[in-house]
Design a protein around this ligand. Structure first.
Ligand SMILES: Cc1cc2nc3c(=O)[nH]c(=O)nc-3n(C[C@H](O)[C@H](O)[C@H](O)COP(=O)(O)OP(=O)(O)OC[C@H]3O[C@@H](n4cnc5c(N)ncnc54)[C@H](O)[C@@H]3O)c2cc1C
Length: 405
């Protein structure tokens, strides 16, 4: 029996699994001939782009709901050593170690927040990078009501004003107000964005950045640019410039890097730790390994590399799953191409901003864009949850998600 192993049960991994299962089904290959195995550290698909929202408890889906109907075997455990010569993956499970041999591997372990060596960062800062972190932040905010009344009780400092930092900051005012209201302290709510470079939303471009800046002003979110955080403690944030912000809530959102597991692959990575792939999403130099999502350095067209977004992770997952089966069966795969690129930035109660193209030309803003964002967050990025194999298979053939409403 041959085995395809997929590491990671996020956007890229889940869609790889469904797509591989569909391809095997269409070619009438039995599970006794080729099995698809997905390894994830917990039994959930985390809807990561929504982790900045309140109540993250609702933002995970049992992997069994999408893997069981398509006949993918799930192994819960932490993937560790990957040996590309032996073609095996070590998986640490609750009750011991498993060495899993593979014929083909899809590496889809995603990315993680970069935490520099900064005083107090690990101890006192929150994040929205993982489900556990999002939950910890949510518990902390809800628990503020019981904290002593100190300066900065209802102040949140968000470090990093990229897309994620802005989405977190935009939600934070309402989240804090909900708690502060219980003791009539809504007027004390303050949200501050700290950004190392000279402008917020550095990647948003000249056409869209002014809209984001206006939205932040309208929401009374203060922005500190050209400022670097030097330390974080239980009562606030200290800046390298010497400034001090009293705040019981500090949230770190200053950059992500591909999973450190990528280090096991003997290929050169880009500065984000991603592995270069060919048009079929095969890792260049490693014939048995495919990668998709935040671990892949893939070209979307002639000029643009994919970003670490689920907009790119989902189509890549679908293609990688398809191609890994084709490769195993000696059939030609399909190239990955994704010419359309959009951005939809949640701006909390202000609405959202929807832009088109790599120059991020504004298309919709405010309420109109918010409807699109809600549709993306609540529908587009979810696999069908009907439990029906045919729905999952059908969705895996729609490579590029449709964000229109
Ligand atoms: C707060 C936030 C907001 C975002 N907003 C947007 C947005 O608006 N639009 C957008 O397109 N993207 C957004 N993103 C980015 C998006 O979430 C990622 O690009 C996407 O999740 C990448 O998919 P992936 O499958 O590569 O990785 P992930 O979704 O991270 O999945 C990786 C999986 O691998 C598992 N894993 C990792 N290491 C191991 C291991 N050693 N062993 C076993 N399992 C392992 C993880 O548990 C996880 O299940 C946002 C991200 C965050 C955090």
């Amino acid at each position: 029996m041959k085995r395809i192993v997929i590491i990671g049960g996020g956007f890229a991994g889940v869609w790889s699994a469904i797509s591989a299962a569909r391809q095997l089904h269409e070619r009438q290959i039995e599970r006794t001939e080729v099995e698809v195995v997905l390894v994830n550290r917990d039994p959930y698909f985390g809807v990561r782009p929504r982790f900045y929202e309140q109540n993250p408890q609702n933002l995970r889906i049992p992997l069994s709901q999408v893997l069981d109907p398509v006949g993918v075997r799930f192994i819960e455990g932490e993937a560790g050593k990957i040996d590309t010569n032996e073609q095996s993956v070590s998986v640490r499970q609750k009750d011991g170690q498993l060495d899993l041999a593979y014929d083909r591997l899809v590496f889809a372990a995603g990315s993680q927040l970069v935490l520099p060596d900064l005083a107090g960062l690990h101890e006192y800062a929150f994040s929205t990078d993982t489900y556990q972190e999002a939950l910890k932040l949510d518990d902390h905010i809800n628990g503020l009501i019981d904290s002593d009344h100190v300066e900065g009780k209802y102040t949140a400092v968000v470090v990093g004003a990229g897309f994620t930092g802005i989405e977190i900051a935009s939600e934070m005012t309402d989240r804090l107000k909900k708690v502060a209201k219980q003791e009539n302290k809504e007027s004390e709510v303050k949200v501050i964005l700290v950004q190392r470079t000279s402008a917020v939303a550095p990647d948003m471009g000249e056409h869209s950045r002014p809209i984001v800046e206006q939205a932040l002003r309208d929401m009374n979110i203060e922005t500190y640019v050209n400022e670097t955080v030097s330390s974080i403690d239980s009562e606030g944030v200290t800046l390298q410039s010497g400034g001090r912000i009293p705040a019981l809530t500090a949230i770190w959102s200053a950059g992500v890097k591909a999973s450190p597991l990528a280090e096991h692959f003997p290929v050169e990575k880009d500065e984000l730790g991603r592995m270069p792939v060919d048009e079929n999403l095969r890792v260049i130099g490693l014939p048995s390994v495919f990668t998709a999502g935040d671990t892949a350095l893939a070209m979307t067209d002639e000029d643009h590399a994919a970003l670490m977004t689920c907009q790119h992770a989902m189509p890549q997952g679908k293609i990688a799953g398809h191609n890994v089966v084709c490769d195993l069966l000696g059939i030609e795969g399909i190239p990955y191409k994704q010419e359309q690129y959009v951005t939809c930035l949640d701006l909390g109660p202000w609405g959202a901003l929807f832009t088109n193209g790599w120059d991020r030309i504004p298309q919709y803003q405010g309420e109109e864009a918010k409807k699109i964002k809600m549709n993306i967050n609540q529908a587009v990025i979810y696999p069908p949850l009907t439990g029906k194999r045919e729905d999952l298979f059908e969705a895996s053939t729609q490579i590029i998600p449709d964000t229109s409403i």
